[in-house]
Design a protein. Structure first.
Length: 343
């Protein structure tokens, strides 16, 4: 009897592992294909061999500028920002056990955006200052939300409602800054707020790339503890998880990568909101969905950018397309949660 149960457990785990590997590999393949598509497509379509030659440092007439200077930084921005939004959103949704508890909805992205817009319009600061302010804005917003939601006991529903209120307040601040801004600064701020990969360059992307590469291993190392936090505070503690330290490390890591992604590309709407649920649905249970969520984020950003560039007569920023994709899901989720009485 015991042997039969052990065999069933082993078979089930093997199937789940096989599904995880297949899904993750498939998502990585799609992300890779979209990356190459972004490098090849534009006003002029370049073949794969020309793109490879440019990436290897050869001088190819026309392609060197189009691919090396414009398309490659745009693709890198989409990859790293998409991964950061996907992973960061998944962490908050899993840790707080609610699909609404993501950076877009609870105001973290709005905090980064308000700080960045203040630097653009009022201080007329450099891109580096905007990036630093965006990070501190996101961290400050997280601290305020958690302090206000603490009360006598921690409540996820209270945190989400306070976060939504903070987001509304910060959006009002952003609107005021746009109202008092100088005419030549407003287009820059509006383009940034829409969430766009336009104008990306490798120099400005360096902080985002370094931060994602540094903190992703830390987040992955805490993957098991993150899954235990999803079981609840008492269950995680009984399993030996230091919930306070784990939550702090995950919050700091995710806010840093999200804030720098926001500073680099603007607040690309709903990528953090959609990536985690899609990844969980595809991967299933039993294995961490951190990397799949990041890959889904990359796919959403790159695919939406391609749609915005080539599917319509006019060209639209990537944030407009992701907003169109994410808004119906947000409405559906709010209706479902309201029926269950979770808020």
């Amino acid at each position: 009897m015991k042997n039969n149960i052990s065999n069933l457990i082993f078979v089930g785990r093997t199937k789940r592992r096989r599904r995880y590997i297949l899904v993750t590999s498939f998502l990585a393949l799609i992300a890779f294909a979209l990356s190459w598509t972004m490098l090849m497509l534009g006003n002029t379509i370049y073949p794969v061999q020309d793109v490879v030659r440019v990436l290897l440092g050869e001088e190819v007439q026309g392609a060197s500028f189009a691919v090396g200077t414009i398309r490659f930084p745009r693709m890198v921005a989409g990859v790293f920002a998409g991964f950061a939004f996907g992973v960061g959103g998944h962490i908050f949704q899993t840790m707080l056990r609610n699909p609404l508890a993501n950076p877009n909805v609870i105001g973290i992205t709005a905090g980064s955006s308000a700080a960045a817009v203040f630097c653009i319009i009022v201080l007329q600061a450099s891109n580096m200052v905007v990036s630093i302010a965006s990070v501190f804005g996101g961290l400050a917003t997280v601290i305020v939300i958690f302090l206000l939601s603490k009360g006598s006991s921690f409540s996820i529903g209270r945190l989400i409602l306070i976060g939504i209120g903070i987001q509304a307040m910060l959006n009002a601040v952003i609107s005021y800054l746009l109202l008092i801004g100088k005419h030549h600064d407003i287009p820059t701020a509006m383009r940034w707020l829409s969430g766009s990969l336009n104008g990306a360059n490798m120099e400005n992307l360096s902080p985002l790339i370094i931060t994602v590469l540094l903190f992703t291993p830390i987040i992955m190392a805490l993957g098991k503890q993150l899954d235990m936090l999803e079981l609840g505070e008492q269950a995680a503690t009984s399993l030996g998880v230091d919930t306070n330290k784990t939550r702090l490390a995950l919050i700091v890591s995710s806010v840093l990568i999200i804030s720098l992604a926001t500073a680099s590309t603007g607040p690309i709407a709903f990528v953090a909101f959609l990536s985690g649920p899609i990844a969980k649905r595809l991967v299933g249970v039993g294995f961490s969905t951190i990397i799949p969520a990041g890959l889904v984020g990359i796919i959403l950003v790159l695919a939406s950018d391609l749609i915005g560039q080539f599917a319509f007569v006019a060209r639209y920023p990537v944030g407009v397309i992701t907003g169109i994709l994410g808004a119906p899901y947000l409405i559906y989720l709010l209706i479902r949660i309201n029926r269950k009485g979770d808020l």
